[in-house]
Design a protein around this ligand. Structure first.
Ligand code: 5GP
Length: 115
């Protein structure tokens, strides 16, 4: 589970289009964008899925992920029109990379329900 492709991006072992970085958080463009703006926001620490999160232990970190989403949405000019934040969890959630990440999608109108 650990040491996914996202760890390699954090360690600069493989390239990514990084758009935001703090001590605890990294954000970069999704390699297969599903919207005009599609950014992945990740904690630098290795947490596989949402299931390993708890509000008591990770509340501050989750807040940092949301802060990143708001800053990046402003950067890309999509804040006012709105955007979507997605965290896929596990097989049925459609998770492919087992390093916690939040998708920031914007720049077009989203459909509901998702596929
Ligand atoms: P998940 O399906 O796990 O929620 O999302 C994983 C996302 O990571 C996918 O949208 C996929 O396109 C993206 N992704 C997978 N490998 C790489 C990579 O090497 N670089 C970048 N920038 N994105 C990746």
């Amino acid at each position: 589970m650990g040491n996914t492709i996202f760890t390699k991006i954090i360690n600069r072992e493989i390239p990514a289009a990084i758009v935001y970085e703090t001590e605890n958080v990294l954000a970069f463009k999704d390699i297969n964008p599903q919207a005009p703006v599609h950014i992945l926001i990740i904690p630098k620490t290795e947490i596989p899925t949402v299931r390993e999160l708890s509000g008591s232990e990770h509340g501050a970190l989750l807040g940092e992920l949301i802060d990143a989403a708001n800053v990046i949405a402003e950067q890309y000019g999509i804040a006012e029109d709105g955007f979507r934040l997605v965290m896929n969890c596990g097989k049925n959630g459609g998770q492919e990379v087992y390093h916690l990440h939040m998708h920031l999608l914007g720049g077009r109108s989203m459909q509901w329900p998702p596929g």
